[in-house]
Each structure stands twice: as C-alpha cells, then as structure tokens.
Design a protein around this ligand. Structure first.
Ligand code: FAD
Length: 463
C-alpha cells in the first residue's frame, strides 16, 4: 500500500509551500514534492529574493559612488567587489530557503525530494515510489519564455537565472524585453557599470501598466543612462567567446542591423512549467497559452486535482501564488476564503520604484467606466524633498459617481510600500474621501497618497 496523504503539493515555490504549510496548520497530513535541492521555488532561489538582494547592493553602490556628494558626503576610492556582493546575495537566498525547510519541519510537512508525476487521479510518483493523496495540487510554476534564433547558454546569452550569477560586469548588456524582470536586472548591471540597451517589440516599456507611468519611467531610466530601442525585434543571436552579435529589425519588418553585446539577457516573459507531470495521461487540460485550466476554486477538470500560482492564469507574482495557495488549503479544509484579484499589487523594484493596483485609466476607458483622477507629484511632498527623491507622482483613480477607489499608480520613492495602503482601501471598498480623511504622519511619503486621494475626491491641499 502506498503511503497516503490528505494533500500532496507538487512544487515548493510561494504557491506550493504556502499551500502545504496552511493545509498542515489546518490539521491535514501533507507532503510537498520538490525537485530542486532547496525549497522556495523560483522566487526564493532565482527570482524575487536574489534579484532584490542585488538591486539593494547595486543601489547602495551607485548612491555611494555617484550621489552622496550632493548631500555633502565626500567618499573617495569606492570600488566594487562583485564576488563579495554575489556571496552576500547567496547568503540571503540560503537564509530564506532554509527558513522554508524549518517551517516544513515545524508544521510536519513531508518534503518528497525529486520530480513528481501524476500517474493517476489520487497518485503521485516520486523517484519510482507511488504516494496516494485525496487532493493533489499542481504548483509547478513557470520558466523563462524562449525566443526563436536566440539560444540560451546561461553564459553569454542568459535568462534571469544567468543574469543573477554573472561574475564580471559586462561592458555592454543588451536586454531583450522591456518588462519588469528585464528592467530590474538591467538596472542592477547599469548601476554596477554596464552600458545597458533594452530592445522592446512594443512602442513602450512595461506593457499593461498605466500609460503616464510608463512614459515617465522611460524618461527617468533614460536619464539614468539606460538606452531603449523600441518597436524593434531581435531575429537572431550568434554567440562566441568574446560576445554576442544580435540581429535587430524594426517590429513591422525592414532592414536588419547588427548590435554587439558582451552579454544578452533574454527577458521576454515567462510561461507555465508543467513538463513531465503527466497531465495529458490523467486528462488535466491546458488553455491556449499552456496554463492549467482551473475553475474559480482552483479545480482542474479532474476531481481531486487542483492548480495554483504561475502554472495557472493570472499575474505571475509570488504574492498572487501565495494567496492562492493559502486560499486553496482553506477550501480543502471546508472553509470559504476569497481572493480579490482587483487588489493584488504589482511592483517594479527599480529606483524609483513603480507600483500599481487595481484598474488603469486605459482599462477604465475601455470598459466605459466614468472615473476621476487625482494626482500628486513627489516634488510637492516634504519628505521626498528631504530625501532628494522628487521624481514621480501618485495617481489615484476613483469612480465618478460613488468616489470608490478603483486603482492607483505610483512612480517614486518606496512606491512598492506605499501601494499597500491603496490595496487595503480597494479591499475594504473605501472611497477616495476615506483615504483623504485618514490622518497620515508628517512628514511621510504616504502624504502623497493622501493628497492624490484628496485630488480625486475634491482638491489637494499642498499644490
Ligand atoms: P515557482 O516559484 O516557479 O515554484 C515552482 C517549483 O516547482 C519550482 O521550485 C520547481 O523546481 C518545482 N517543480 C516543477 N515541476 C516539478 C515536478 N514535476 N516535481 C517537483 N518539483 C517541480 N514575483 C513577485 O511577486 N515579486 C518579485 O519581486 C518577483 N521578482 C522576480 C524576479 C525574477 C528574476 C523572476 C524570474 C521572477 C520574479 N517574480 C517575482 C515572480 C515569482 O518568482 C513567481 O511569480 C513565483 O515564484 C511563482 O510561484 P509558484 O509557486 O507558482 O512557482
């Protein structure tokens, strides 16, 4: 008889490990299958955490080398020890992945080490051994999307995984794709001294985000020295020992030109990863984009098999995967949790940061929703002035008739932290007036959120 669990989760990323721990907290017998050497998935091992460690270190380096003099702090002889910076990043990752292993032990989640395959409804095979489960959760995440003609070797032509591991600063880094991952990692290497060129197929960076934010962000990154080739497509890449030659054409077609790079980062997006799971054989269907098809309760068409996180539709974000893992565990325990997908923030951890939650103006216009806009620039915020970080603004969108907050878009210092206030407002169905009437500490960056809400409701005070 195979060992039997209430729940077997396949994949120990933010979706899978959270689902496993929550299910165990609710009294279920739980196993989590993970083929990596460490727990935590893409996010902790090769995604959110190592990228934020390098973003932090490179920001401190750039600030120290180039901007402290503005504040009367003179530092000479600033130099980069990349090996040490990378070692620190590895330590940060280790602390996080070990933390998940500790939580598994604490909550009595069994880690089945190896590749999981669903051989029949209710059965998962790992290293040739069958395990039985009442519920199986697919949380196998995503992988970098390939591009025809651009062969990744993780040395000269890298995905985000290779870009986090470079052992020397490239002279010229070309990033294919002006999305979040490309711009974050492009920022890291620019701050450390690389010339960075971003090639983007569309006519602007950060597709899908607020149009005004996108334009201002491009201007700010350009001022920082990043170069952009928009409406351009890469049609081929040839790597040799000294670098890479890229073939680049206008997006609508036309004469190709060659661009030389020391390193090329392929960052055109991510796609669900379900290889080797045996989904075909058990009858779990995928949609047209290769995502596991689920209903609103994460159930696939096969009874007892569920899916969450990057492997299913929706934003490919760690906290979205976590929220789904947490909610699914509660559903399996008979509870009735709910996720508000309109209140899931998205953040770009560059300098300045970019953050968004809820609807964009573009989406509201397309839906024919009447809305109000309240904007407030950080230039008029005392704390931002004190910090010397006045680039950017807060934009709050609210319903024209009811004043209910529908979305917010922030570019500026600590935007990723500030956006949480609006996510809570949306979750609680607050109006712009509600935010405007809440006392916000002075002097704080949050006052820019309050003023933008005042502007959406009636009038801002400090501009
Ligand atoms: P994953 O984290 O991808 O985990 C899936 C796990 O399943 C993997 O460990 C894999 O080894 C395992 N697995 C797959 N198949 C099997 C199998 N058959 N058997 C056993 N194990 C298997 N998101 C944010 O919200 N904020 C950020 O700042 C952010 N930064 C990012 C930076 C980078 C460079 C990248 C690449 C991603 C970033 N993301 C960020 C996205 C985030 O990492 C993902 O949204 C998140 O990891 C998805 O979680 P998941 O649990 O669905 O899958």
């Amino acid at each position: 008889m195979p060992e039997t669990f209430d729940v077997i989760v396949i994949g120990a990323g933010p979706g899978g490990y959270v689902c496993a721990i929550r299910a165990a907290q609710l009294g279920m017998k739980v196993a989590c299958v993970e083929k990596r050497e460490t727990l935590g998935g893409t996010c902790l091992n090769v995604g959110c955490i190592p990228s934020k460690a390098l973003l932090h270190s490179s920001e401190v380096f750039d600030e120290t080398a180039h901007h402290l003099a503005e504040q009367g702090i003179n530092v000479t002889g600033v130099s980069l020890d990349l090996a040490k910076m990378q070692a620190r990043k590895a330590d940060v990752v280790k602390a996080n992945v070990n933390g998940v292993e500790f939580l598994f032990k604490k909550n009595k989640v069994t880690w089945l080490k190896g590749e999981g395959r669903i051989t029949a409804p209710g059965t998962v095979q790992v290293n040739g051994t069958d395990y039985a489960a009442k519920h199986i959760v697919i949380a196998t995440g995503s992988e970098s999307t390939p591009l025809r003609g651009v062969e990744v070797d993780e040395k000269r032509i890298v995905t985000s995984t290779g870009a986090l591991e470079l052992d020397a600063v490239p002279k010229h880094l070309v990033v294919i794709g002006g999305g979040v991952i490309g711009l974050e990692l492009g920022s890291v290497w620019r701050r450390l001294g690389a010339e960075v060129t971003v090639i983007e197929f569309l006519d602007g960076i950060l597709p899908g985000m607020d149009g005004e934010v996108r334009k201002q962000f491009e201007r700010i990154l350009t001022k920082q020295g990043m170069k952009f080739r928009l409406k351009s497509k890469v049609t081929g890449a040839a790597a040799n020992a000294t670098g890479v030659t890229l073939k680049v054409e206008p997006a609508e077609g036309g004469a190709a030109e060659e661009i030389r790079a020391d390193v090329v980062l392929l960052a055109i997006g991510r796609r669900p990863y379900v290889a080797g799971l045996g989904l075909d054989a058990v009858g779990v269907a995928l949609d047209e984009r290769g995502r596991v098809k689920t209903d609103a309760h994460f159930a696939t068409g096969v009874p007892g098999i569920y899916a969450i996180g990057d492997a299913i539709a929706g934003a490919m974000l760690a906290h979205k995967a976590e929220d789904e893992g947490y909610a699914l565990a509660e559903m399996l325990a008979g509870q009735k949790p709910h996720i508000n997908y309109d209140a899931i923030p998205g953040v770009v951890y560059t300098w300045p940061e970019v953050a968004a939650v809820g609807a964009t103006e573009e989406a509201l216009k397309a839906a024919g929703t009447a809305y109000k806009v309240g904007k407030f620039p950080f230039m008029a915020n005392g704390r931002a002035r004190a910090m010397g970080a006045t680039d950017g603004f807060v934009k709050v969108l609210s319903d024209k008739a009811t004043d209910k907050v529908l979305g917010a878009h922030i570019i500026g210092p600590d935007a990723g932290t500030l956006i949480a206030e609006i996510a809570i407002a949306i979750e609680f169905g607050a109006s712009a007036e509600d935010i405007a009437r809440v006392s916000h500490a002075h002097p704080s960056l949050n006052e820019a959120v309050k003023e933008a809400a005042m502007a959406a409701w009636q009038k801002p005070l400090h501009i």
